[in-house]
Design a protein around this ligand. Structure first.
Ligand code: CTP
Length: 396
């Protein structure tokens, strides 16, 4: 934890008194801690206590009445390696969920670029309320990591779920997030994802059922292991939190090739998961094609094979391709591995239930250059991405 920067937000709940202990854990482990308090929280724990323990000024106002200095929430938001809001009251998490910014902590949250953790704490009924549950789920969708409230005795005298996670456990969660699994630190990895669209005219295109989810999960898993990730992403509706990933949006296979040609020499590895159309219309009509004859013929020409280009132009990069097959799976995958000069190929077969485009799950096996096969179970795409990234990181 030495030198890690922790931006700690404290809100107005009784559990705020425990934050002194949390600050001690962070400081003992060598982390640098800056604290922002909501106006309500100062009734529960004194800013002087937290300033003394963190060895930094505590922020709670937009400007300091004594010096006249403005507190720059954008700078604070960019400072942290991680932001932890503990305790997070029902009020604060509701405001976070809708983007309200009526205090310094909330404006800083909206400016933060780092991963954010929240440790909710409130009374039993408030925690169970559908509104709170909905807000927590919205925050989760925004990529916020929830440190769930625990069961036990509550300040109201009731017994149930709503106690803030103990400081020791919050510390362990943040420590393991910041220190473990960073073995791809300093490595650059290029990921291609999604279905490029090939225009027919200004309103129509040739596409496919790929959602881009597998590639996006790969990019996130690589980022979480410390890699510097460039994600070349075809059109999709994915709303994931891609903070920290250099996203290069593209439309067609030709755009994809151009970005890969620009980026490839700088990379240590590539994972090519884009579902590239093999052909595109020979000509793109300037105007919308009108309905006339009973049949319409569109001439198609071959698209560049982007992965093949990367294989032919690799130096020391470790290159992984994908093969989605319906028959002769192993033979086809090994053929692609050789033809495209890959180091490994991930095979998913549409014969496996739960694999492929239309699912949140996938079943893969990976072949290397020596035909060695590593087989995996049917898993969520997130876990499959983790397996592929672990495979890569063992070989880099
Ligand atoms: N790929 C690519 N550019 C293309 C076609 C494919 O980069 N024009 C990449 C895909 O991202 C994938 C791998 O090549 O990693 C295999 O793609 P796939 O569509 O399975 O194979 P193709 O080589 O297109 O062969 P076929 O369609 O005949 O199976």
């Amino acid at each position: 934890m030495q030198g890690k920067r922790i931006l700690l937000g404290v809100t107005g709940g009784i559990a705020a008194y425990k934050i002194a202990t949390l600050v001690r854990y962070f400081k003992k482990a060598g982390a640098d801690v800056k604290i922002i308090m909501t106006p309500a929280s100062v009734d529960f724990i004194s800013p002087l206590t937290l300033a003394t323990l963190s060895k930094n000024p505590v922020y709670s106002q937009y400007w300091d009445a004594n010096t006249g200095e403005w507190t720059n929430h954008v700078e604070l938001g960019l400072w942290g390696d991680v932001m932890v809001i503990a305790p997070a009251t029902a009020n604060t998490l509701a405001k976070m969920a809708v983007g309200l910014s009526d205090n310094l902590l909330l404006t800083t949250y909206l400016s933060a670029k780092c991963p954010v953790f929240i440790a909710p704490a409130m009374d039993l009924d408030m925690y169970q309320h559908p509104t709170t549950k909905r807000n927590l789920s919205l925050l989760e969708q925004d990529g916020i990591q929830i440190l769930p409230a625990q069961k036990g005795e509550l300040a109201s005298g009731l017994n149930g779920e709503g106690r803030m996670m103990e400081p020791e456990d919050i510390f362990t969660a943040i420590e393991s997030f910041l220190t473990k699994d960073q073995e791809l630190q300093g490595k650059k990895v290029l990921v291609t994802a999604g279905p490029p669209f090939e225009a027919i005219d200004p309103v129509r295109f040739i596409g496919n059922h790929s959602s881009g989810k597998m590639g996006v999960e790969l990019a996130k898993a690589l980022r979480n292991k410390g890699a510097q990730v460039t994600l070349v992403l075809g059109p999709n509706s994915i709303q994931d939190d891609l903070t920290g990933i250099d996203v290069k949006p593209i439309r067609s296979a030709k755009d994809l090739l151009a970005v890969v040609q620009e980026e490839w020499a700088k990379q240590d590895a590539g994972i090519f998961a884009a579902a590239v159309a093999d052909y595109r219309p020979a000509k793109v009509a300037d105007q919308k094609i009108k309905k006339k004859e009973d049949a319409l013929t569109i001439e198609l020409v071959k698209n560049p094979d982007v992965l093949k280009w990367a294989g032919e132009n690799k130096k020391n990069q470790f290159l992984i391709g994908f093969a989605l097959e319906t028959n002769n799976e192993k033979e086809n995958a090994l053929g692609k591995l050789k033809a495209k000069n890959l180091d490994a190929i991930v095979l998913n077969s549409l014969q496996d239930k739960g694999a492929g485009f239309a699912h949140d799950t996938n079943k893969i096996c990976i072949f290397d250059k020596n035909n060695k096969m590593t087989d995996f179970e049917l898993k969520s795409k997130k876990s499959v991405a983790q397996d592929i990234v672990d495979y890569l990181s063992n070989r880099l």
